[in-house]
Ligand binder design. Structure first.
Ligand SMILES: [Zn+2]
Length: 108
């Protein structure tokens, strides 16, 4: 997997997955929880037709929630706090989730 570090990313993201590439914002290149989160997305993308994954991710909030929930559970496995992940999930992805609901989902 190729990891490229950039000074900024669109949508104020810390990282992005593009099938065979991971882009991370400068300062996050050694963040294992973020890298594993993005690696999880690359596996999701390779298990789908890539452009269909991108389309569904962008336009289908239930699909986006499913993809992010799984990726944030990976982040937790690699040391990120559940509260940080719940905050990201609740406020960063245009999902209809409260912090409390996101926190609960991350524990299931
Ligand atoms: Zn993600």
């Amino acid at each position: 997997m190729k990891v490229k570090c950039l000074p900024w990313l669109p949508f104020k993201a810390d990282g992005m997955a593009l099938k065979y590439f991971i882009l991370v914002r400068k300062g996050y290149e050694n963040n294992a929880a973020l890298l594993e989160h993005e690696l999880h997305h690359t596996r999701q993308q390779r298990n789908h037709f890539f452009l269909l994954w991108v389309f569904k991710y962008w336009f289908n909030s239930a699909f986006r929630q499913e993809m992010e929930l799984a990726a944030y559970k990976t982040s937790i496995d690699y040391g990120e706090s559940r509260s940080y992940c719940a905050k990201q999930l609740a406020y960063k992805y245009r999902l209809q989730l409260t912090y409390a609901h996101a926190y609960q989902l991350l524990g299931e």
